[in-house]
Design a protein. Structure first.
Ligand SMILES: [Zn+2]
Length: 351
């Protein structure tokens, strides 16, 4: 069985300049590395070329005025936010990445699984920031809802909270948005507290799980088993869209979490296994990650999705966490999980 994988060489246009932590060469470097080091794994991928999202498609998740503002800004190399300058070609590349996630979502529905480069989750209805121009995850989810789906689970495991995706679906109950992210007190975008649980019709359908800084694999597994899995079972999604790249790794230069390659693969594998067990199509998207081990982290994600044997390595010692610190992190997480369950109990039977 082959797994559909969406890639286009023109993703390289998604680039924010020579001194920026997000460069467009990351996509091609990853493809080359995967093919050279793991030819057998590479041969199990059915590589597909996506089409760019049309303006109409972008407007499923973004305001008409925003889409036009982005175009005008690009012409004068303007800034969406301090960290997100629009260089020539970046908007077309953003449209291509968004189109890829839409194509991949449809493919996942048909084939049970699809993989691609995506997760521009900091772009909201009328704003872009945090290296995100258009929110491919939200556009893909909206496309499927438009085409008749009624329950989409978006599971965001990026180190940064998915504020854009959250804002787009905050009042909506057809999308259950769950985000596991580094404690917003210590990391951009500073959103995603346990009390942010949706509004109006969408109350209870936004779930934020702030992970303590330095969180390791066992803490993630715990949050998955106590919060994510029960909600997944009760919600009965028709598709799961997981997004998030390698930035929860302990080596990431912009974040402060504590996953290693094994635990990142395990986290992804846990989601893959759950999707298989509940016979739900899975779309897996990754694109984030900063510093020298982005490719290695992405390979760990692919290993988790495919359950493949792949020897991966980070030649950099991990931070030693003392027993006392581990205990403190566990207690902190337990308190958060309890609070989340209390907040959600009016809306969900499992809590
Ligand atoms: Zn991130």
């Amino acid at each position: 069985m082959t797994v559909p994988f969406f890639y286009h060489p023109d993703f390289s246009g998604y680039d924010f300049g020579a001194t920026h932590p997000f460069r467009g060469e990351r996509f091609a470097s990853f493809m080359t590395e995967l093919e050279d080091r793991f030819p057998e794994v590479y041969s199990t991928l059915d590589i597909k070329k996506p089409k760019a999202a049309s303006e109409q498609t972008l407007e499923l998740a973004h305001d008409h005025a925003y889409v036009h503002r982005v175009k005008a800004l690009e012409k004068r190399r303007g800034f969406l936010s301090l960290d997100t300058q629009l260089l020539p070609g970046s908007v077309d590349a953003a449209r291509l990445i968004t189109g890829a996630s839409v194509d991949a979502a449809r493919e996942a529905l048909g084939r049970g699984i699809a993989v691609g480069f995506g997760g521009l989750h900091h772009a909201g209805p009328d704003y872009g920031e945090g290296f995100c121009i258009f929110n491919d995850v939200a556009v893909a989810a909206r496309t499927l809802l438009d085409e008749g789906l009624e329950r989409v689970l978006i599971l965001d495991t990026d180190a940064h909270q998915g504020n854009g995706t959250m804002d787009i679906f905050y009042g909506e109950r057809r999308v259950l948005f769950i985000s596991l992210h580094q404690d917003p007190r210590t990391l951009y975008p500073g959103r995603g507290y346990v009390d942010e649980i949706g509004s109006g019709d969408g109350l209870g359908y936004t779930v934020n799980i702030p992970m303590p800084t330095l969180s390791t694999g066992p803490l993630y597994t715990r949050a998955m088993r106590e919060i994510v899995m029960p909600l997944w079972d009760e919600f009965e999604p028709e598709i799961v869209i997981r997004n998030g790249g390698s930035d929860p790794l302990y080596t990431d230069v912009l974040t402060n979490l504590g996953l290693d390659l094994e635990s990142l693969s395990e986290l992804i594998g846990l989601i893959r296994a759950k999707a298989a067990e509940s016979q739900v199509p899975l779309l897996d998207l990754f694109l984030s990650g900063y510093g020298p081990y982005v490719t290695e982290g992405w390979l760990a994600i692919v290993r988790g999705i495919l359950g493949a044997e792949m020897d991966l390595e980070i030649p950099e010692n991990r931070i030693m966490i003392s027993d006392a610190k581990m205990e403190q992190m566990t207690v902190e997480l337990e308190r958060k999980l309890e609070k989340i369950e209390n907040n959600l109990s009016p809306y969900w039977e499992v809590f």
